[in-house]
Write a protein that binds this ligand. Structure first.
Ligand SMILES: *Cc1c(COP(=O)(O)O)cnc(C)c1O
Length: 416
């Protein structure tokens, strides 16, 4: 990405007036790259790199097994869980960190069903992130259709399907393709009126959208550590369980870390009465330490301020795209109303894959989602308004000059 372009004064002013501008210095970002994929893999906070070194070179190397106590490794799932809790409107003791989002979905799905002995239907959205649907299918295969059955409905029909036969409603707040968001408070309330337990997947929400899970009476939630939380590739995930359910439900992955007294080594499993019941095995200390350090970039930041900047970045991008005649080929899939979208824009184009590859070759990293979506993610902690300007300039040239037709941009790679 060439920075020799002249940045217009009005764009420069947006950066000069940005109250979050200083946060960018807390990340390592490769020079000459505009990173529009923090929604898929957040970039590396400098504190994360320092922590990775110290956990390997000092805690593991020197302190060895004593680290479980002296470096509080054993407490990491709750320490990190509580830090994430502050970003999603959860008091301490509601959130635990560990495993992957997929595994956590399995745990909370089974736990939610255990609260509903007379119901067995799990309602989700057609086109939900695949792992959400797959985990229900796996649980249904294990429990049998008389205990777990997946139903899906389109976004428009979902609310009409909420009736007393549904046990669990499983939804993702931000649609990973279009960026359209659900109103968690309203839908949770409607579902509760019918006695339905609700699970929210916050993969594209945590760290960028203001959430008040406790106030909204949310039952269960899960989310990712490596997207807007910047915890690094394959960072551990999190899960949220409302206090009222913690002693009342059961999750089936009854590993020793979820036991009331793991170090008594008794033969019989007794679940911990708290959210710790949702732990399974030994925490992945390296990854969780790095996520812990990465979360320090959120210190002193209000999520409302992040949301405000993210919507301003999105608005600028949409405006610049709409001004350029060549870019009228791109069809906006994200809702126009700012409060209805997450922190991304999705554009459909038959050559979206090759356009994305051409952008990456120019240092603008975005991603592609099958079959035809160019997805741009807006991480307000480190993106500048000038980055958006430069990205749209690059996009305009690629589309206007049909640069994406070059064979080197057409070949598909394994990860899109
Ligand atoms: C990214 C994402 C996941 C990822 O699940 P993993 O188990 O971490 O691979 C789950 N759900 C949604 C909605 C996602 O966007």
């Amino acid at each position: 990405m060439s920075k020799s372009e002249v940045i217009p004064a009005d764009i420069k002013r947006l950066d000069a007036e940005d109250p979050l501008a200083e946060k960018r210095a807390e990340f390592y970002l490769p020079p000459s790259v505009v990173y529009l994929d923090g929604n898929s893999l957040g970039p590396m906070p400098i504190a994360a790199r320092a922590r990775a070194r110290s956990v390997v070179e000092r805690e593991w190397a020197d302190d060895l097994i004593t680290s479980w106590n002296v470096n509080r490794w054993i407490e990491l799932p709750t320490i990190v869980g509580d830090k994430i809790g502050r970003l999603i409107g959860a008091d301490s003791g509601k959130v635990i960190c560990g495993d992957s989002t997929s595994v956590n979905l399995f745990k909370v799905l089974a736990a939610a069903l255990s609260l509903q002995p007379k119901r067995f239907k799990v309602l989700s959205q057609r086109g939900n992130f695949p792992t959400d649907l797959y985990m229900v299918q796996g649980l249904a295969a294990l429990l049998g259709e008389s205990r777990c059955q997946l139903l899906t409905a389109s976004a428009d029909d979902l609310l009409d399907q909420l009736d007393e036969s549904i046990a669990v409603l499983l939804l993702t707040q931000v649609d990973f393709r279009t960026g359209k968001i659900h109103d968690i408070r309203k839908i949770t309330e409607l579902a509760h009126e019918k006695g339905i337990v609700v699970i929210w997947d916050l993969a594209h929400s945590a760290g960028v959208i203001p959430l008040w899970l406790d106030d909204w009476q949310v039952d269960f939630a899960v989310g990712c550590g490596y997207k807007f939380l910047n915890g690094g590739p394959g960072a551990p995930a999190f899960l949220y369980v409302a206090k009222r359910h913690q002693g009342a439900c059961q999750q089936p992955l009854s590993g020793w870390m979820g036991h009331r007294q793991p170090f008594e080594f008794s033969d019989d499993y007794h679940a911990h009465a708290s959210v710790k019941q949702f732990l399974c095995g030994t925490p992945g200390v390296l990854g969780m330490s790095v996520l812990d350090a990465a979360l320090s970039v959120f210190e002193g930041v209000q999520i409302q301020a992040l949301r405000k900047k993210s919507l301003a970045l999105i608005q600028l991008c949409r405006h610049l795209v709409s001004e350029r005649p060549a870019l009228s080929e791109l069809q906006l899939l994200t809702p126009e109303e700012p409060e209805q979208s997450g922190s991304q824009l999705a554009y459909a184009h038959s050559e979206a894959y090759a356009i994305c590859q051409a952008l990456i070759a120019r240092g603008v990293i975005a991603d592609f989602r099958a079959p035809n979506i160019l997805r741009l993610g807006f991480s307000p902690l480190f993106l500048r308004f000038e980055d958006i300007y430069l990205s749209v300039l690059a996009l305009d040239e690629i589309v206007a000059e049909r640069q994406y037709l070059s064979p080197r941009f057409q070949a598909r790679q394994a990860v899109t």
